[in-house]
Ligand binder design. Structure first.
Ligand SMILES: CC(C)(COP(=O)(O)OP(=O)(O)OC[C@H]1O[C@@H](n2cnc3c(N)ncnc32)[C@H](O)[C@@H]1OP(=O)(O)O)[C@@H](O)C(=O)NCCC(=O)NCCS
Length: 152
């Protein structure tokens, strides 16, 4: 398995957008898939935020994605954020999400950030197991979310 910035594999931007649209489309309900594709293409950076990463299998196929973005929770002044961690069902439970999280942490550190944030409604235990600290719980766009942070 290897993890590269999406900018090295622009052909995978549509798949990243399709996953995100299916998993989190309800959080941005006005956004079409086409608009999400354009937004994902805006994350094709290396040395500045936002940056999307993709995990690749031995055959070069995509096995997951995660992003480092500046803002995530609307109206929240904290930044930057780990976001859009997604591994398709057939590749789960092999440590791919954990490796993606570490990659985003490393990228944030390299860009000079001392702290990174995330929110999750599904897997706080996954992040706690990787050293993330639970902060507050919030109701956000109809979901109960846990905000977490990590010192880099
Ligand atoms: C959540 C998700 C990213 C996990 O991906 P993964 O590659 O299977 O995760 P890993 O293999 O790195 O698992 C890391 C740890 O988290 C645990 N974990 C993984 N999925 C979990 C889940 N759904 N519930 C509880 N714990 C989970 C694993 O057991 C593992 O713990 P261990 O190291 O003690 O064995 C994947 O299931 C997914 O894409 N789900 C849908 C999207 C989503 O919810 N993303 C998170 C948004 S915040």
């Amino acid at each position: 398995m290897k993890i590269v910035p999406l900018v090295e594999r622009p052909d995978l931007a549509v798949q990243v957008a399709v996953w995100g649209h299916g998993e989190w489309g309800h959080l941005n309900s006005g956004e079409t898939l086409e608009q999400r594709i354009i937004r994902i293409r805006g994350k094709m950076n290396v040395d500045r935020v936002p940056v999307a990463f993709v995990a690749l299998g031995d055959d070069g196929g995509i096995t997951g994605t995660a992003s480092l973005i500046f803002d995530d929770l609307e109206g929240d002044p904290r930044n930057p954020w780990l976001a859009s961690v997604y591994v398709p069902v057939e590749h789960r439970k092999k440590g791919i999400a954990s490796a993606l999280v570490r990659t985003v942490e490393d990228a944030a550190r390299r860009l000079g950030y001392a702290r990174l944030y995330l929110f999750t409604s599904t897997v706080p235990d996954l992040y706690a197991g990787l050293g993330w600290r639970p902060l507050e719980r919030l109701d956000y766009r109809g979901e109960h979310i846990q905000v977490m942070d990590r010192t880099l």
